[in-house]
Design a protein around this ligand. Sequence first.
Ligand code: KG4
Ligand code: ZN
Length: 321
Amino acid sequence: MLYLGLESSCDETAVAIVEDGRKVIAQRLVSQNEVHSKFGGVVPEVAARRHLEVINDLVQEVFDEAKVDPRSLAGIACTTGPGLIGTLLVGLSCAKALAWSYDVPLLSVDHIFAHVCANYIDTTLEPPFVALVVSGGHTQIMHFESYRRASIIGQTLDDASGEAYDKVARLLGLGYPGGPAVDKAAAKGNPRAFHFPEGVVSGSDFSFSGLKTAVLRTVENLKGAELPVEDLAASFQDAVNRVLFRKTIAVARSKGVSKVVLAGGVAANSDLRKRFESLADIEFFRPAPALCTDNAVMVAAAAFYSGEPVPLSVSAYSRQR
Ligand code: KG4
Ligand code: ZN
């Protein structure tokens, strides 16, 4: 079964065709990083206009490469939320037009579920498993009992981990998006150079606002001197990843689950991946780095496993539900 996936929840326009939720047939992605970097973050209105400029061409290119008759698709899937409402509507309008004109079912895909489904590509992963979803908008530990049923066990009470990466990157003058830049700088730094707090939240929840403030204070106190950017990046990254790793493993053990998966943009972080790779008793899955950040392959995979058939009147939603 072939599904077409469309993704436009933030600043990546992406289109893909995936077979049976596991095998990529064709994909295209246009990132808007350069457009938004001068603003230091995503400008929603600018992002929506840019999606509109490129999405139709990407759809055509994917059909051409896959040599697939659109009428033979099992479904046309689109991220309907959570995300930026204006950008989501561009992808959804395109998906509706395609579904209507080719007479193919329209499927709604949740962005968080889609991120997790990136782990099905080229693997034999099956639920149950525990997923750590870490992106620019979300940080949560989820228990997937089946392909469709998942519960949130813990989540951030304030900033998402990716947001913390982006804010600290800005503080350190590393630019946008910050996560990859912090990752790179941290690789050359000493994670024990500064002691940053993990955030005092009990149970499986997280808080990153205190950590962000601690980095800010340290940077302010160092004013005048040359900033030890690599050490600061490494020490910040260590504090974030330490708590993400510890709490996720604790949930997996308490649920008696033997598989853990990483998902979302921050799942591309090399230090975070290394921590989970070190475990002997837990099988660890993570998407290829290019499938951690927003893409349409994960949307087409999610369509197969958890896509909801929806009427053409369906709307997008900005917040998780
Ligand atoms: O999942 P995603 O592409 O978009 C959202 O759904 O939010 O995640 C984007 C986030 C950004 O905050 C970005 O800085 C972060 O993922 N990120 C990383 C890395 N690559 C992307 N954070 C840490 N290390 C990375 N290598
Ligand atoms: Zn995302």
